[in-house]
Every structure is written in structure tokens, then in C-alpha cells.
Design a protein around this ligand. Structure first.
Ligand code: SF4
Length: 415
């Protein structure tokens, strides 16, 4: 490996970390001031934003320890057979960089992942050493998110959780077949085994801390994972079902979806084109429906096109569900239970809570609902309110164009 200075390593290893969506700030336009015009840039990698458990948005130094890897996952730019410039930080270099950035007020924490060098255990030891040194040698109190290596000794993974706020392991592909084909050296059993171990440790330490305040913390911000979308033949239905199973079995805080993006010198088994970015967005909306709106995974799957298993791209999954199951509408907003109000397209959790509070005192009309939503046109066909009843609108075959949003061009993931 050629001798590189810290700045060059940072350039390579921050850029290599951008494919991990577990904490990402994407979706803006590309701007830069490199030509001496203006100030700031949206193109640089290295600092991303994540949300702390208390809802604060925090900036993290997001880097890999190394982009060398002994594995050859087809979808990964850092795979063994990839022809990219390689770099590697020592554990102490990452510690010093984190402290230096922190002292300059650039960041509030660290997101650290790595390719696998020498062995899973060796790599995990290096990752743990960064976190240990930050916490013990420097009393670093900032946020730390560590990607763990599923094949590593469970004791090492446990140590990672004792130093980190959040730990994560990527399940990578939504299906077992996809993982076998595209990441043959990885094992679903080992990945899920590591997740199960972290779940037990999180529960045990949280329990111990209710009894002994001095009990150690273990990943107080929980664990998360990431799935690549569009690199294999998995449908949205497969992805939603897998995500829901992961939430249920391992108590994950978040499942992140990352639309597959073609990489230089891509393997022939990969698709040539990236999936539409909107697909990733629709999956996040589905995830939201399951976590905050009380939808069962089978209901989200039912919103997908039965012939393809894919969610529509032109409308959100909540509207797709409502259009497919019109027999549930229109709903009387003055009487319907909370769980059904949450199914009305255009009504968010805040609006539903406000309706429930307000209707205790008086009957609500369409004007009241209009004050709580961005688009009353979207809500109108699906509700009955004081002085308002849609005239067979919910039965109209051509209802979709009346309530679907106008098409807008999405900004692409800032690759
Ligand atoms: S193990 Fe991780 S870094 Fe290595 S090739 Fe696979 S996905 Fe890439």
C-alpha cells in the first residue's frame, strides 16, 4: 500500500464510507466552492448527520478504518477484487482525528466501519481499540456508532457495545438466496446470531441498570441494520416482510434501506442500473407505517401490486392501501377509532391526535381538518365530517389521479 498522509487517507476512507446509509444526509443538490466562488460544499464526504435517541441531530465523523477487505461481496466497492485505491488508518490515527475534529467543533461523534483485514477478530479488535481509547484514555463523551463484524468473537462484539452508543451489523440482502449469491462469504445465521447476542446484552444491561445504577451500559442507542435494495430480485414485499421480522426478533431501532448503486468495475452478476431512488423512499414510508401507524407487514404487502410484489412508485404506500381497500372508507372523523384515523391518507400522527383531542368538545367539520393537514384534497374523499360527506368519491374508479401528488423530480442520492 502506497504511503499516504492523513489527509489522503481521510479522503479515501471517508468516501468509501458513504455507501453505508445507517447515518446519512443525502438528497441535496451538488454544490461546491472549490473554484474560489462562495463558501461551503455539499459534495465532501466524511461528516454525516444522525439522530440521537433524544431526537437531537448530531454530526458524526463517518469513516472506515480501512477499505481493504479479504471478502469479495459482489456489490461492494471495497471487495477484494475491486480496483480501488486502498488506505488504512491505525486505531490511534482515528482516535486523534476524532479528537481533533471534536475540539474544532466539526463533529459530535464518530461512525466507524471497516473492511475486514487479516481476520474478523483482528478487525474487530482494532475497532474496539478506537472506542476504548476514546472513552478510557481521553474520557470522550461524544456519540459513537460502531459497525461490528458478525464473524468476530462474541466477546469482542460485546466490548464494542460497552463503549458504543449504537452498534450495527448489516444484513446486506433481504433474502437468504440473495446473500448467498452476492456475498458468499457471509452467513445469514452468523449475522442473525450476532444480532441476537446484541439484543440479549442490550436487554440484560438495561435491566441491570434499573437495579444498580453502576451497572455498565451496553449500546444505549440500540442496534440497527442496513439492507441493499435492487441488487437482487427481492420484491418490496420480501423487503418489508424481512424488515418487520428483524424488528420483531432483534428489537432493532432502525432498518436502513440503501438503493443499490452501480460501482466501478462491477461484477457481472449485478444489475447494470440502479433501482429508482423513489423505491428506497417508498420502503422508508412503509417502515414508518409499521413503526408509527400500526400497519401489519401483511397490510403493507397488500398495498403492493400483486403481480410484481412492488409498491407503486407514483403514490405513497398509505394512499395505495386506501385505494386498494376502499371498503374501509369514508371514515367519520368524529367517531372513528384512532387506529382507523391513522389510515386516512393525508392524516399524520399529530393530526390524528389533534382530532381526537378536539372532538371531545365539539363535532369537527372539513375546515377543522383542513387546518391540520397539508392537503385537504387528499383527505376529503376518505372522510365524513360535520357538513361533509363525499358523494361516492371513494368508489370512483378514477379517484387515484384526483388524490395522487403531482409528479416532482427527486434529487438523486449524492453519490
Ligand atoms: S465484508 Fe464488507 S467491506 Fe468486505 S467486501 Fe463485504 S461488504 Fe465490502
Amino acid at each position: 500500500m502506497a504511503q499516504l498522509d492523513t489527509r489522503q487517507k481521510l479522503e479515501i476512507l471517508a468516501d468509501a464510507a458513504k455507501y453505508d446509509a445507517s447515518c446519512s444526509s443525502s438528497g441535496t443538490t451538488k454544490r461546491k466552492s472549490a473554484g474560489g466562488k462562495g463558501i461551503g460544499s455539499t459534495e465532501g464526504m466524511g461528516i454525516c448527520h444522525a439522530y440521537a435517541p433524544d431526537g437531537r441531530c448530531i454530526s458524526l465523523l463517518k469513516i472506515l478504518l480501512t477499505n481493504s477487505c479479504i471478502f469479495d461481496c459482489h456489490y461492494c466497492i471495497n471487495r477484494k477484487s475491486s480496483n480501488v485505491r486502498r488506505a488504512r488508518f491505525t486505531a490511534q490515527e482515528v482516535v486523534q482525528l476524532t479528537l481533533a475534529f471534536y475540539k474544532r467543533n466539526y463533529i459530535e461523534g464518530l461512525f466507524l466501519s471497516s473492511g475486514i483485514i487479516r481476520s474478523s477478530n483482528y478487525t474487530m479488535e482494532q475497532i474496539v481499540e478506537v472506542a476504548r481509547s476514546l472513552r478510557e484514555d481521553h474520557d470522550f463523551r461524544g456519540y459513537i456508532h460502531l459497525k461490528t463484524i458478525p464473524d468476530a468473537d462474541p466477546e469482542l462484539v460485546h466490548q464494542a457495545g460497552l463503549y458504543a452508543d449504537r452498534v450495527s451489523i448489516n444484513v446486506e440482502l433481504p433474502t437468504t438466496g440473495g446473500l448467498k449469491r452476492l456475498a458468499p462469504e457471509k452467513s445469514e445465521t452468523r449475522i442473525e446470531g450476532a444480532m441476537a447476542g446484541m439484543k440479549s446484552a442490550i436487554i440484560d444491561t438495561a435491566d441491570a441498570r434499573t437495579r444498580y445504577r453502576s451497572a455498565p451500559r451496553f449500546a444505549p442507542a440500540g442496534q440497527s441494520t442496513q439492507m441493499i435494495v435492487g441488487a437482487d430480485a427481492a420484491t418490496d414485499g420480501d423487503i418489508v416482510t424481512r424488515a418487520s421480522s428483524l424488528y420483531g426478533r432483534f428489537g432493532l431501532r432502525r432498518v436502513y434501506y440503501s438503493a443499490f448503486s452501480p460501482i466501478p468495475d462491477a461484477s457481472a452478476v449485478l444489475p447494470l442500473q440502479r433501482p429508482p431512488l423513489m423505491r428506497e423512499h417508498r420502503l422508508y414510508q412503509s417502515d414508518w407505517l409499521m413503526r408509527f401507524y400500526g400497519y401489519q407487514p401483511r397490510e403493507v404487502v397488500a398495498a403492493a401490486d400483486p403481480s410484481t410484489g412492488m409498491l407503486p412508485l407514483d403514490i405513497d404506500p398509505k394512499l395505495a392501501w386506501a385505494l386498494r381497500f376502499r371498503e374501509h372508507f369514508p371514515l367519520d372523523i368524529n367517531r372513528a377509532p384512532r387506529e382507523m384515523l391513522l389510515r386516512v391518507p393525508g392524516l399524520g400522527v399529530k393530526a390524528v391526535n389533534a382530532i381526537l383531542r378536539a372532538r371531545r368538545w365539539r363535532r369537527l367539520g372539513l375546515d377543522d381538518v383542513a387546518r391540520l393537514t397539508v392537503s385537504v384534497a387528499k383527505v376529503r374523499p376518505f372522510i365524513v365530517a360535520e357538513g361533509w360527506r363525499p358523494v361516492a368519491l371513494a368508489d370512483k374508479l378514477d379517484l387515484k389521479p384526483l388524490v395522487a401528488p403531482r409528479r416532482e423530480q427527486l434529487e438523486l442520492f449524492a453519490a
